[in-house]
Design a protein around this ligand. Structure first.
Ligand SMILES: Cc1cc2nc3c(=O)[nH]c(=O)nc-3n(C[C@H](O)[C@H](O)[C@H](O)COP(=O)(O)OP(=O)(O)OC[C@H]3O[C@@H](n4cnc5c(N)ncnc54)[C@H](O)[C@@H]3O)c2cc1C
Length: 482
C-alpha cells in the first residue's frame, strides 16, 4: 500500500467539515477535532439558529404588513392594531425548542456524512505543538474534556476554529437579562423591551426579528446609520422600515456599560444618556478563536486582532499549516469559510485550485426586507476602485410587488460602461437571498446587462425587476453609443 497523506483539521464548522469531505474524497486520511459539535458555531449557535428564529419572525412580518391590504379578516381584530403580536402571538419557548432541535439535528447529519466519508471525528480541544519536523510533519495535541490527551501526526493541518462573541468589560452577559447571540435561545418568554447594542448585520437581524415577534426594540448604533458596512441605499430603506414599525433606532449612540438592575437592564451611553429595558442583546462583533493554540510558536503569523494571516489559497506563514473561516477574518460567512477550507485541501493535495475570489461572493442580511449583495459595491464605485454605471429600480413599480402589497425595496445593478458586463448588484426585497442568484451567475460569468435583459422572466415576478434594471442599463449604454 502506498503512502497516505494525513490531514488534521482543528474545528468542525463549515471551514473544517467541508475541507474534511474534500480531503477524504481525494484519498487522504482525515481527522476532524472539534470541542463543541460538528457544524461548529455556524450550525449550533450562529447561522442555523438565527435563521430558524427569523423564519418565525418572517411569517409574522408578512402577515402583519399585508393582511389588512390583502383583505384578510382576523376574528378578534380589535382596532387599532399596532403590531402583529396582538393578533398573532408567539410562544418563544416553543420557537426556541424548535431552533435547538433543528440545530442539533443538522449537527448530527453533518457528523454522520463526515463519518460515512471515512473521516475520524474526535471530540476535544486541538492545538499545534512545536514546529514542522525534519520529515515535514506537524504535531497536533488533542485534549478531551476528561483531561486525557492524544498526539496526532499530520502532513498538513487546517485551523478552522472560528470565533466567538466579543465582550465589553462593562457589559458582560449573564445569560438571563444581558445576552449574547448564543444565549438568546434559552429564553422561554419574549423580552418585553429589548435593547440591542450594535447595528451591524447580527444586531440588525435580531432587532428586526424580535420586533416582528412582538418585543419593543431599541437599537443602539454607534454609527450614523444601521448596517454601516452595507449599501447605503439599502441601509436607508431598512432603517426607515424599522422606524415605521415602531423600533427606536438610536444613531451615533455608543453604549458604555450595561447593568442588570433587578429584572431590568440599564444601558449607559457614552454621552450620559440611559436606556432601560427588560433585556439587552450584545452584538458588538466577534473575536477569533486563536489564543492558546500554539499558533505563533508553530510559526503561524497573526494580525493585531488575533486573526490568522492567510493567502488566497488558505496558506498561513507556517509550512504545512492552512487556515479557513472566521479565524482568518477574511469574510465572516459560512460559504466563504467552506470555500477557504476546500481550497486549502485542493492546494495541499495537489488538485486543481483557483484562488479565493471575494468579488464573486454573494451575501445576505436576513432582515425584512432582506438585503442581498454580490460583487462590486456602491462604495467601490464611489471610491473609484471600479468604473461602473448603476441603475436602481424601486420594487414599488413591480407588478408582483403591487399584488403582494410589497412597498419597500429595490434592485440595483452595476455594469462596466463600455462592455455592459455586470460587476455587482444589490437586491432589497423579501427573499432577496433567492433573487440575487441570477446576478451572482452574471458576475461570476462576466455576463452583460443585455444578456440578463434578454432572458425570459416569469410574469409577474419580482425577478422581472432584475431584467428591467438590466434593460435600462443596456438602453443607457446604447444611447451613449457604448
Ligand atoms: C448570529 C450569526 C448569524 C450568522 N448567520 C450567517 C448566515 O446566515 N450565513 C452565513 O453565511 N454566515 C452567517 N454567519 C457567519 C457564520 O456563522 C460564520 O462565518 C461561520 O460559522 C464560520 O465558520 P468556521 O468554520 O470558520 O467556524 P465556526 O462555525 O465558528 O466553527 C468553529 C468550530 O471550531 C471549534 N473550535 C474552536 N477552537 C477549537 C479548538 N482549539 N479545538 C477544537 N475545536 C475548536 C468551535 O467550537 C466550533 O465548533 C453568522 C454569524 C453569526 C454570529
Amino acid at each position: 500500500m502506498g503512502y497516505v497523506t494525513r490531514i488534521v483539521i482543528i474545528g468542525g464548522g463549515p471551514g473544517g467539515y467541508e475541507a474534511a469531505l474534500v480531503a477524504a474524497q481525494l484519498g487522504a486520511e482525515v481527522t476532524v477535532v472539534d470541542c463543541d459539535g460538528l457544524g461548529g458555531a455556524s450550525v449550533l449557535t450562529d447561522c442555523v439558529p438565527s435563521k430558524t428564529l427569523i423564519a418565525t419572525a418572517e411569517v409574522m412580518t408578512t402577515f402583519d404588513s399585508s393582511y389588512e391590504e390583502l383583505g384578510i379578516i382576523v376574528a378578534d381584530d380589535t382596532p387599532p392594531l399596532a403590531s402583529s403580536a396582538r393578533v398573532v402571538g408567539v410562544d418563544l419557548g416553543k420557537v426556541n425548542r424548535r431552533v435547538k432541535r433543528l440545530a442539533l439535528a443538522q449537527s448530527h447529519d453533518i457528523a454522520a456524512s463526515v463519518t460515512r466519508a471515512g473521516v475520524r471525528v474526535m471530540r476535544g480541544r486541538g492545538r499545534l505543538e512545536g514546529c514542522q519536523t525534519a520529515e515535514g510533519t506537524r504535531c497536533v495535541v488533542v485534549e478531551a474534556a476528561d483531561g486525557t490527551a492524544e498526539r496526532l501526526t499530520a502532513d498538513a493541518v487546517l485551523v478552522a476554529t472560528g470565533g466567538r462573541p466579543r465582550e465589553l468589560e462593562d457589559a458582560l452577559p449573564d445569560g438571563e437579562r444581558i445576552l449574547n447571540w448564543t444565549q438568546v435561545y434559552d429564553l422561554d418568554e419574549l423580552p418585553a423591551e429589548l435593547v440591542v447594542v450594535g447595528s451591524g448585520v447580527t444586531g440588525a437581524e435580531f432587532a428586526g426579528a424580535y420586533q416582528a415577534l412582538g418585543s419593543h426594540v431599541t437599537l443602539v448604533s454607534s454609527r450614523d446609520r444601521v448596517l454601516p458596512g452595507e449599501d447605503p441605499d439599502a441601509a436607508a430603506v431598512l432603517e426607515d422600515v424599522f422606524r415605521r414599525r415602531g423600533m427606536n433606532v438610536m444613531a451615533r449612540s455608543r453604549a458604555q456599560s450595561v447593568k442588570r438592575v433587578g429584572d431590568r437592564v440599564e444601558v449607559a451611553l457614552a454621552d450620559g444618556r440611559m436606556i432601560s429595558g427588560t433585556h439587552c442583546l450584545m452584538a458588538v462583533g466577534a473575536i477569533p478563536n486563536s489564543a492558546g493554540m500554539g499558533l505563533e510558536e508553530a510559526g503561524v503569523k497573526l494580525t493585531e486582532s488575533g486573526h490568522i494571516k492567510t493567502d488566497r489559497v488558505s496558506r498561513t506563514s507556517a509550512p504545512g499549516v492552512y487556515a479557513a473561516g472566521d479565524v482568518t477574518g477574511v469574510f465572516a460567512l459560512a460559504s466563504v469559510a467552506a470555500m477557504q477550507g476546500r481550497i486549502a485541501m485542493y492546494h495541499f493535495l495537489g488538485d486543481a485550485v483557483g484562488p479565493l475570489d471575494l468579488k464573486t461572493v454573494s451575501s445576505n442580511v436576513f432582515t425584512d426586507p432582506e438585503i442581498a449583495t454580490v460583487g462590486y459595491s456602491q462604495a467601490d464605485v464611489d471610491a473609484g476602485r471600479i468604473e461602473a454605471n448603476a441603475v436602481k429600480l424601486p420594487l414599488l413599480r413591480n407588478p408582483r410587488a403591487k399584488m403582494q402589497g410589497i412597498r419597500d425595496g429595490f434592485v440595483k445593478l452595476f455594469c462596466r460602461p463600455g462592455t455592459g458586463i455586470v460587476v455587482g448588484g444589490v437586491v432589497v426585497a423579501p427573499k432577496a437571498s433567492e433573487l440575487i442568484h441570477p446576478i451572482s451567475i452574471a458576475v461570476d460569468n462576466n455576463l452583460t446587462v443585455e444578456q440578463i435583459a434578454n432572458a425570459f422572466t416569469v410574469y409577474p415576478s419580482l425577478s422581472g425587476s432584475v431584467a428591467e434594471v438590466a434593460r435600462q442599463l443596456h438602453n443607457r449604454k446604447t444611447a451613449q453609443g457604448g
